[in-house]
Design a protein around this ligand. Structure first.
Ligand code: FAD
Ligand code: NAP
Ligand code: SF4
Length: 675
């Protein structure tokens, strides 16, 4: 396939971007690490080396009131310049270009006293904002222009004014958050005044040879948000005021519609970007759930946008652009939209990383601490789940002669079950990535081969056991009743359920099984039209916030489901912060009943007998699916040890409790790096 549209340069008049691939802004929390700016420089430098046409930093506030949270970075004085020089020099040394994002969070700031257009608190930050006075608004405008001047001095190629996702400049625009009656509120002209003034003042301060990108909310997805016509009116006025190019944001952070998690189909928001592109004459950049070169290329080739922004995909693979340019698209490590190690880490006060690429944001650590030791070795790896695959690819890349065994007929381990869950088809990409690297590094793969101590032989210098897990079978009277099936048999197609189903266990797998029983098995890539209808998006964008009049339209569920767990807490607490709410909302809409605090007593022809607070209950169901956790499958490890064969144990085989693909991949990489 030709990726010529995606790879063509973008001429901005005074400067040219080398291709249409931008690494979008992400907060990284790298400021929390030691040597933060050296790490940021290595992080962005690696993405510039990987060929990204443009990079945008995480958000820097122009003053103390606009920070994301206490201690978050502010860019307001000359003392900041030397450390930013490390970043800009690193990117320029690799032939890249980088913008600083200027962000004022307004009422979303997690600080004792946030500020806002009006005193209307946010759904995601209950603190009532202080109403900005006219003088304070003027000061913020001045601060934006001052920060832009500093950014130019620090060597940045431009700034991105962050004005989407429901941050301050977005808050000024709509009556949802702005009920002022002075020159900053009331008419739309007044509500647009602050963003327009910021653009004019920045332009006047930095001149015409500095990129001024404006991140506009292409669709708000909140009640009393902007209409499509208002967004276009704003965009045209901003173009007139001097914006060089538009980046786009999709939905406010407080929107109740998923915008980037894995259940959002790739390129789902193109319709909104297309409207904007058609209404302005400067380049527009598409964003959100664009993760493959095919989708990115199609967006540019069709004219829906001039360029694409990929933020998480650049965590997953810093060399995305070069791989496209060099005809190695098959080798791209694709972002699977899981949010597990990027957004979920950030929201739980951890430095960002990536499930499919644990090196992300740890470039110095990996470069300095994990070195391949000594001469090439013969390495046996047993188990081709994510732990074994990651170990095999890392060891193969280091030059070792690797043989990878798996009992099954395909690589992937439990990822092959995960990919059958509706909306989780992105796991196919992770398996494809591993496959391409096994081939690239000449790993010998022996499938349909169950290894035991006698068959392995003593031909290997190193043995790594990654034999995964076995599903846990709880001790309940009647557990071998014909109505009981394990998630393994259900997902692998060996068993089916009746109409009324009890799911025992409400971890990630319990929720995935509930989603599968609600919607049916995945039959291919998610359908954009069905997704937008399900979540109540008005694709005409005529309504405020582009919310459909009838609200969400969830399809009728295929089963009557009850989920149970023993813990007395609400179900789903352990799910990812940024995707768990979507699953809970979907299951709620499907009428799934959630039962915490259950004690299981017996299973028989009548159904499941259990009690809550000592009170006996009977759940009349046709089928009971066990999602009751997993135990390590370390039988081979014990056998090998008994036979005197030295080996290392990783992944679920080592510790099944709370082990997910993220931990499995990281462990595989770490053990192989230490060989
Ligand atoms: P496994 O994936 O279990 O692989 C072990 C491999 O070893 C298997 O292929 C097996 O055939 C092979 N094997 C075992 N014994 C032998 C032997 N003697 N000889 C040869 N081969 C052998 N995690 C996440 O982080 N995010 C998710 O969204 C997610 N979703 C999931 C959804 C479902 C439905 C399921 C079931 C799991 C999901 N997980 C998810 C969990 C994740 O898949 C596991 O944590 C991960 O696969 C564990 O990796 P592993 O390599 O340790 O073991
Ligand atoms: P899990 O999250 O540990 O959940 C196991 C469930 O089984 C819990 O609800 C637990 O609740 C119950 N349970 C445990 N022991 C039991 C017993 N003896 N009898 C009855 N119930 C029991 O594990 P999982 O759902 O099997 O998932 C495995 C791994 O894959 C996890 O690390 C998970 O994070 C990962 N995963 C992640 C995702 C994702 O989307 N991020 C999706 C799927 C899987 P009670 O003890 O309260 O009953
Ligand atoms: Fe993408 Fe998941 Fe990596 Fe985040 S953690 S960048 S969503 S693959």
């Amino acid at each position: 396939m030709s990726f010529a549209p995606l790879l063509q340069p973008l001429d901005l008049g005074f400067t040219t971007l080398k291709n249409r691939i931008m690494m979008g802004s992400m907060h990284s929390r790298m400021e929390l690490l030691d040597r933060p700016y050296e790490r940021l420089a290595a992080f962005y430098g690696e993405r510039a080396k990987g060929g990204a046409g443009l990079i945008v930093t995480g958000g820097y506030s122009p003053n103390d009131s606009g920070v994301i949270e206490s201690g978050a970075p502010v860019f307001d004085n000359e003392g900041e310049l030397p450390k930013h020089r490390l970043v800009t020099d690193s990117v320029h040394a690799e032939g890249g270009k980088i913008l600083m994002q200027l962000l004022h969070t307004g009422r979303n700031a997690k600080i004792p006293q946030p500020v806002g257009a009006s005193d209307i608190p946010s759904r995601i930050n209950p603190c009532t904002p202080h109403i900005l006075s006219s003088d304070e608004i003027e000061q913020i405008i001045t601060d934006f222009a001052h920060s832009a001047v500093l950014a130019k001095k620090a060597g940045y190629d431009g700034v991105e004014v962050m004005a989407s996702e429901g941050y301050l400049l977005n808050q000024m625009l709509v009556t949802r958050t702005n009920n002022r009656s002075d020159q900053w509120g009331g008419s739309y002209e007044n509500r647009m005044r602050m963003p327009l003034e910021i653009v004019r003042r920045i332009k006047a301060a930095v001149g015409n040879d500095f990129i001024l990108m404006y991140r506009i909310s292409a669709i708000d997805l909140v009640e009393d948000g902007a209409t499509g016509a208002e967004i276009i009116e704003l965009a045209q006025a901003l173009e007139e005021a001097g914006v060089t190019l538009f980046n786009t944001g999709i939905g406010w952070h407080e929107a109740r519609i998923p915008t980037i998690a894995y259940m959002v189909p790739r390129g789902a928001w193109r319709f909104a970007i297309r409207e904007l592109s058609a209404a302005v004459s400067i380049p527009v950049i598409a964003s959100n759930r664009i993760n493959t070169p095919e989708v990115a290329n199609d967006i540019v080739a069709s004219g829906d946008a001039a360029m694409v922004s990929m933020a998480r995909p650049m965590l997953a693979d810093p060399h995305f652009a070069n791989k496209v340019a060099e005809g190695r698209a098959e080798e791209i490590n694709t972002c699977i939209g899981c949010n597990q190690a990027c957004l979920d880490f950030i929201f739980s006060n951890r430095v960002t990383s990536c499930l499919v690429n644990p090196k992300a944001a740890r470039e110095l650590e990996f470069a300095e601490n994990i070195q391949v030791k000594g001469a090439p070795k013969k390495v046996a790896i047993i188990g081709a789940g994510p732990a074994g695959l990651s170990a095999a690819c890392t060891a193969g890349e280091a030059g070792h002669a690797v043989t990878l065994f798996d009992a099954s007929s395909e690589i992937g381990g439990q990822l092959n079950l995960a990919k059958t869950v509706p909306d989780k088809t992105e796991f196919y990409e992770f398996i494809r990535y591993f496959k391409s690297h096994l081939d690239k590094y000449g790993v010998e793969v022996r499938l349909n081969t169950t290894v035991d101590a006698s068959s392995l032989g003593d031909n290997f210098d190193e043995v790594i056991v990654a034999t995964g897990i076995v599903p846990r079978i709880p001790e309940i009277d009647g557990i071998d009743h014909p109505s009981v099936i394990s998630y393994l048999d259900l997902l692998s197609g060996k068993a089916t359920t009746g109409k009324r189903v009890a799911i025992l266990g409400a971890g990630g797998i319990g929720f995935d099984v509930a989603v599968l029983l609600t919607h049916g098995k995945s039959t291919g890539a998610p359908d954009t039209e069905a997704f937008l209808k399900k979540w109540g998006v008005d694709t005409t964008m005529a309504s405020a916030g582009s919310l459909a009049a009838g609200g969400p339209q969830f399809p009728a569920p295929a089963h009557e489901i009850t989920m149970l767990q023993r813990k007395p807490k609400s179900l789903g607490r352990g799910l990812g912060l940024t995707s768990g709410w979507v699953l809970r909302a979907e299951l709620d809409a499907a009428g799934v009943k959630m039962v915490p605090g259950a004690s299981y007593h017996k299973i028989d022809d009548a159904g499941l007998h259990y009690s809550i607070n000592g009170e006996d209950q009977l759940l009349e169901v046709d089928s009971i699916v066990l999602c009751t956790g997993q135990d390590s499958n370390n039988r081979l490890y014990q056998e090998l040890n008994s036979a005197g064969i030295k080996c290392q144990l990783i992944g679920g085989a080592s510790e099944a409790k709370e082990l997910d693909a993220l931990a499995a991949v990281s462990q595989g990489m770490a053990v192989a790096s230490s060989l």
